[in-house]
Design a protein around this ligand. Sequence first.
Ligand SMILES: O=C(CO)[C@@H](O)[C@H](O)COP(=O)(O)O
Length: 210
Amino acid sequence: MKVAPSILTANFIRLEDELKSIEEGSDYIHVDVMDGHFVPNISFGPAIVSQIGELTKLPMDIHLMVEHPLDWIDKVIFPTTEFITIHAECNRFKESIRRILYLGKKAGLAIKPSTDVDFIKPYLSQLDLVLVMGVEPGYGGQLFIQNQLKKIEELAQLKEENGYHYEIQVDGGINVSTAKQVKDAGATIVVAGTFIFNYEDRKERIESLK
Ligand SMILES: O=C(CO)[C@@H](O)[C@H](O)COP(=O)(O)O
């Protein structure tokens, strides 16, 4: 299981130390950009994403929770940007996937808890990552919605049957118990915020998820 700590829950006053504290054992840093429209919350914009990229050697896994991703994608292309994930529920998501791939980055597509896998089936062959939200996007610290496990199983089956290459990422409500459940269902990357950043021993927390 790959682990991507979500920087949303970190203490931004001590950003550099927070980033250093999760480097060992992590595979990516998950960076949530929120515009206050697609989700009710506002996080930070491209200037902070750029600084995060400079402060850690971890590749950035950028999750755009924004209504108009085409206005944002070009602004979050940095040397360490690995994935850019946009939502299937946002505006012009098909063009957005094309734009991410055109710019040479890996493309992810996220689905909210109420969106079915059927809706994104036609695009799966192009994707490097599918993100199944375990909670309603917008805030850390929520409980994992159990019926999302079926979607992970469905995505794992479609991947196997068709030889697709996407990672199956799960974000929201991840702890040791839900990480085991999503792994058994077929997830390959977990994103965790409060489970890692609300505790002193981050290395131990990351290892427990792996
Ligand atoms: O995208 C989001 C929330 O919308 C997440 O990345 C959260 O930051 C995860 O937080 P926890 O549920 O792990 O506390």
